[in-house]
Design a protein around this ligand. Structure first.
Ligand SMILES: Cc1cc2nc3c(=O)[nH]c(=O)nc-3n(C[C@H](O)[C@H](O)[C@H](O)COP(=O)(O)OP(=O)(O)OC[C@H]3O[C@@H](n4cnc5c(N)ncnc54)[C@H](O)[C@@H]3O)c2cc1C
Length: 407
């Protein structure tokens, strides 16, 4: 059967980034399809992982703009302070919400909840079609259109034509391969292990980033009183993911100490091998890459989704400001690329630098790092600048009352 449909814009990949773009384009005149190889994570399905996301304050403002924050806020735990330390060194630094003058430095949410609230919003949108269990098998681009050959489990569709194709299909992006765009892979030779834990003492909205010789360890507050844990280890030590609960808790104490009292219980562990993946270009023809399909970052500092959401916001602004016939035009995509370059490079350099700084380098760098943390702790100005970068607040401006606003 040969069934073909037309859209203005097709998003391939219904993960958090693709769904965020679809929400941003909801209620517009654009006809949008979001397609995913899998079924969408809706209310009827159990969630299958404990991934959490640390959202910056700027991301909260953008999620408000997408119309999903009100449904998410009750389960988004605010971060009031972040404690930064290095294992085996003296210097520590504490960043507080008072350093930046926002109600919270950020929020922690379970990724499946974010997925779910965005999907619920999209289901009610007339201009957005959700096509699950759909795979793109071939792409051809002309000056005016993109033609997609697709396969579905029930043969309900075989071809889609659109004016702009957005690849949000993750770090192994098949759209990148089909359009001949190369990606640079840097192997950190590290694995991130994520889990949740119950601690003896209440978290009091405090997050920890602790640098260890194996890599960074983040402990983040959750809305149900537990803590989310992202422990980075050498790839060679990834067997720790299958250690017993008692052994894992022992390792946690060895890396983190007893700042939260004892770890009383621990959840299922999931491992993610860590790479920096960067596509060689932001767009090719009428295809633009966003989220992990464009850049997959080291999780230190929790920057990946936050950066991608700022890209989504700017992309949507560029697409919506021009006359409809210019959708996907190279001038439009060049403008988007230029507008996002500085933030993308700065955030990539920051996470890559942090991932390496505390792990590599000569012995003399240890005292320098300790001095850096102490200096940061003593300088309100340096703390503000550092926090603003981590929170993505350079993307925002203040109004006359001093409140941060979207541009
Ligand atoms: C351990 C860890 C912790 C992290 N913590 C944070 C954090 O605290 N804060 C933060 O901001 N970021 C964090 N990140 C980064 C964040 O997880 C990513 O930025 C984000 O998940 C990227 O989402 P995405 O939608 O681009 O890709 P994905 O989540 O990979 O989604 C891709 C989607 O595309 C679909 N797909 C794939 N191939 C096809 C195909 N051929 N056809 C159709 N559909 C397809 C998939 O089914 C999937 O739904 C973390 C990352 C890791 C690894």
């Amino acid at each position: 059967m040969n069934i073909s449909v037309d859209y203005d814009l097709v998003i391939v990949g219904g993960g958090v980034v693709g769904a965020a773009l679809a929400c941003r384009l909801a209620d517009t005149t654009l006809r949008v399809a979001m397609i995913d190889a899998h079924a969408f994570n809706d209310q009827t399905q159990p969630h299958d992982d404990d991934r959490t996301l640390a959202l910056s304050y700027s991301t909260r403002l953008l999620l408000e703009k997408l119309g999903v924050w009100s449904a998410l806020s009750a389960s988004a735990e605010p971060i009031h302070t972040v404690h930064v330390s290095e294992k085996g060194r003296f210097g520590t630094c504490q960043l507080g919400r008072q350093d930046v003058g926002t109600p919270a430095l950020g929020y922690v949410v379970e990724a499946w909840r974010l997925d779910r609230v965005m999907l619920e919003r999209l289901k009610t949108q007339e201009n957005v079609d959700l096509l699950s269990a759909t795979r793109v098998t071939a792409i051809s681009q002309t000056n005016n259109d993109v033609d997609l050959a697709v396969s579905t489990t029930d043969d309900r569709l075989s071809a889609i034509r659109c004016r702009l194709l957005v690849a949000a299909d993750g770090s192994h992006s098949s759209i990148r391969k089909m359009t001949g765009v190369h990606a640079k892979h840097t192997d950190y030779k590290q694995t991130a292990i994520i889990t949740v834990a119950q601690t003896e003492r209440p978290h009091k909205n405090k997050a920890y980033e602790r640098f260890t010789p194996q890599g960074p360890l983040a402990i983040l507050p959750l809305h149900d009183g537990r803590c989310s844990i992202v422990m980075t280890v050498d790839a060679a030590d990834k067997a720790i993911v299958s250690s017993t609960d008692t052994e894992f808790i022992k390792t946690l104490h060895a890396q983190f100490g007893y700042r939260q009292g004892r770890f009383l219980s621990i959840g299922k562990r999931t491992a993610f091998p860590l790479y920096l993946v960067q596509s060689e270009t932001q767009f090719t023809g009428r295809t633009v890459f966003i989220g992990n399909a464009r850049r997959s970052l080291h999780p230190v500092g929790g920057q990946g989704f936050n950066l991608a959401l700022r890209d989504v916001d700017t992309l949507a602004t560029c697409l919506l400001k021009d006359a409809p016939h210019l959708l996907g035009d190279s001038t439009q995509l060049t403008q988007f690329t230029q507008m996002r370059q500085t933030d993308q490079n700065r955030t990539t350099d920051l996470t890559d630098g942090l991932a390496r700084l505390f792990r590599e380098g000569a012995e003399w760098l240890g005292p320098v790092r300790a001095f850096g943390l102490i200096s940061l702790d003593f300088s309100p100005w340096a703390r503000r600048i550092f926090s603003q970068q981590m929170m993505g607040m350079h993307h925002f401006s203040r109004d006359k009352n001093g409140t941060k606003r979207l541009p």
